[in-house]
Design a protein around this ligand. Sequence first.
Ligand code: HGY
Ligand code: MN
Ligand code: MN
Length: 410
Amino acid sequence: MDRDKITKRISADLKYLKEFTATPGNGCTRMPFTQETRYAAEYLKKIMEDAGLEVREDCVGNVFGTLPGEDRSLPCVMVGSHYDSVYNGGDYDGIAGVISAVELARLLQDEGKRLRSDLVVAAFMDEEGCRFGTGYFGSKCMLGQMTVEECKHYTDKDDISVYDAMTEYGLVPENLKDAAWPEGSIGHYIELHIEQGPVLDANQIELGLVNCIVGIQRYIVKVQGRSDHAGTTPMDMRQDAVNMAAKVIGKIGDMAKAEGSGTVATVGYMKVTPSAMNVVAESVDFSIDIRSTDNAIIDKIASQIWAELDRETQATGASWSADSKLTITPVDLSPAMLDIMEESCKEHGYSYLRMPSGAGHDALAIGQSLDTVMIFVPSKDGRSHCPVEYTPYEAFSKAIEVLYDLINRV
Ligand code: HGY
Ligand code: MN
Ligand code: MN
């Protein structure tokens, strides 16, 4: 297979797409239902059409391109990823998987080949959940697992709901159910993604064959204290929300470390109210993201955090609450597709490692109910979700070669 041709085509697309960011010069910021996703969607539709695919954008912003198979009544092979990003993220997370899927269609066209079933290239909206605190929005809509009520519930930092953002974007959230694919219409889901961690790069391994994906629980916690004068209020009379939240937050990392086996817990977002130097904080909102391949460990850490919040708030007569943003269990991926990919790696002489994914991906949502697999390419120094995220384009061409074998053999 001409990997230079592959590298040349995907690099041209990725260089073009990285311009669709709200923070030029400071990483990729392509939030769902924004001008940036609109530009990216139009570009994806164009290159899918150029590749001879039947193209459509669904009622929630997912973009699909279909290359008809020999028997269109068969469940399709879907290959894809997401085209939104985190704030100030990298140029490869999600979008490189979408472009790699388009490249698979181009390769079939170059060879005048057809799969037995349809090949569907999928570009999902709002996998990251950064703007609204959700996650896997587009893929969950495809699975029929999102409701209009939830769209009204989830809001961004400016208190704009998913519902209003979709409306503003020109969509009709009431049509949400139309995004669901018929039961049995998707036979396999395959996702190529950057590893976003250090394992492949540190060990100089070319490809990761992902055998499981961690479960995730995400919350926004509010510690509700009382605002007071910072100078005149004695220390034993305070309900200082920052002081209470900090004591709990300071223990979360050690809770995860104590469990080992790749368990992680992260506080990535905090908001202090009223946030003034001479005012004892009235309240603190902070995020929690807990992940493990063992769901019981995730539940255990959540319970430990709730117990610490009880302890700190009861001591001062304050209170706390937690708003659940995401709860999704760990998923084991397709042994059969892993075996096909392993065979292909051996044929091509690519080094590979069967490994878990600490990042979520649309495959985590889809793999709960469908035959799913992922393939990783190395992330330089393990860095991701930041502007320095980097993977050489030729690394993708090896993964695309393995996926080309997979879609022809599955
Ligand atoms: O957060 C994640 O695991 C993924 O990057 N959305
Ligand atoms: Mn991501
Ligand atoms: Mn991603």
